[in-house]
Design a protein around this ligand. Structure first.
Ligand code: NAD
Ligand code: UDP
Length: 345
């Protein structure tokens, strides 16, 4: 019987791709999600891609009793990949308590349940490169200092890593891997799964694809006076399926007891930085669509440039990102076209 892995937030953007990768690797996935930022139709799309319908439980993870009952009813869970969280930086500035309650409350409840049910003692956690702020040295490696977060959202990631570190130290059975994502973009190669932003997108790639399809008038590029070759910000964009695969590898590492410490931290990026203008050019090239765009002032809070030192993840985790920027853009575009043709109804 294949091992069962709990994927919290598994109906969301990265979670749904991870469920696909888990199933492809022979695991059974059970999804726990309250659909606060995702749609029930995702389950059918995962099933179309993999041929296997994952189990789905609609539950809010801040409901401790409900979560306890869930673990009680699923004694065969061997590990947890935890995505469930709110993720809008701007909203977190306006509603910090909502973010601390949801993101930290869910994690604390989850860890308490994992302590109660030691069969499920391995955790993979979604962290972010925002913990580095603007790093002094590039590429940035895992030893770089964690700097005070600019937003409550970013702070929930830092505090979550600390909560995990403390809990692993106090509990000999628990192991965890925190994965610091750089900029996940793109969509499943089938065009059947991708990012579903609610309302006006904050992130670059959904804004690009929505502009290209005609939902938005014009892409605004925030700032052209940065200290970079073309004046626009530089990021390390990583294909969501490469990122998803890393979660399976991280879980396997703990299941096989290959981890070197109770709580390990890895960067997940490609190691290459691209400017916003290069990202736009890549989109135009791979989608074959001309984009309407213009410059505006810098967006407050944006770091100038960041890309990952991937050596530790490549060598220690045995994982490497494979897909390039053009493929990230072409898959994001296929997904947008499919959405426009009514894929999600
Ligand atoms: P997403 O919003 O698409 O997915 C998160 C899922 O969690 C959603 O389906 C939502 O309904 C669910 N959820 C939220 N709160 C919940 C709760 N209390 N109980 C149950 N379900 C709940 O987000 P995503 O882009 O897939 O991100 C996944 C994780 O990765 C998040 O923790 C996010 O902070 C982190 N992350 C994302 C990015 C990014 O650029 N997308 C970058 C770094 C880190
Ligand atoms: N960006 C932009 N216009 C947009 C959205 C984003 O110019 O409408 C830029 C943003 O300033 C940053 C890069 O694109 O330099 C990536 O931004 P995103 O919000 O996708 O990710 P972040 O790196 O902020 O997490």
């Amino acid at each position: 019987m294949s091992k069962k892995i709990l994927v919290t937030g598994g109906m969301g953007y990265i979670g749904s791709h991870t469920v696909v990768e888990l199933q492809k690797s022979g695991y059974r996935a059970v999804i726990l999600d309250n659909l606060s930022n995702s749609q029930p139709g995702i389950l059918e799309l995962i099933t179309r891609i993999t041929g296997v319908k994952p189990e789905f439980v609609n539950l809010d993870m801040t409901n401790q009793q409900g979560l306890n009952a869930f673990f009680h009813n699923h004694p065969d869970i061997k590990g947890v990949i935890h995505f469930a969280a709110y993720k809008a930086v701007g909203e977190s500035v306006e509603k910090p308590l909502m973010y601390y309650h949801n993101n930290l409350g869910s994690l604390v409840n989850l860890l308490a349940c994992m302590q109660e049910h030691p069969a499920a003692s391995h955790l993979v956690f979604s962290s972010s490169c925002t913990v580095y702020g603007q790093p002094e040295n590039l590429p940035v490696d895992e030893q770089a200092p964690v700097v005070p977060a600019i937003s409550p959202y970013g702070n929930t990631k830092q505090i979550s890593e600390e909560i995990i570190e403390d809990t692993c130290r106090s509990n000999a059975l628990l192991t965890a891997i925190s994965l610091r994502y750089f900029n996940p973009i793109g969509a499943h190669e089938s065009g059947l799964l991708g990012e579903l932003p609610l309302g006006v997108p904050n992130n670059l790639v959904p804004y690009i694809t929505q502009t290209a399809i005609g939902k938005r008038n014009k892409l605004t590029i925030f700032g052209n006076d940065y200290n970079t070759p073309d004046g626009t910000c530089i990021r390390d964009y990583i294909h969501v399926s490469d990122l998803a695969r890393a979660h399976v590898v991280a879980m396997e590492r703990m299941l096989k007891k290959d981890n070197k410490k109770a709580h390990e931290v890895f960067n997940l990026g490609t190691g290459t930085g691209y400017s916003v203008l290069e990202a736009v050019q890549s989109f135009e090239r791979s989608a074959g669509v001309k984009l309407n765009w213009g410059f505006s002032a810098r967006r407050p809070g944006d770091v100038e440039k960041v890309w990952a030192d991937t050596q530790f993840a490549n060598e220690e985790l045995g994982w490497k990102a494979e897909k390039g920027l053009d493929e990230m853009m072409s898959t994001a575009w296929s997904w947008e076209v499919n959405l426009n043709e009514g894929l999600m109804g």
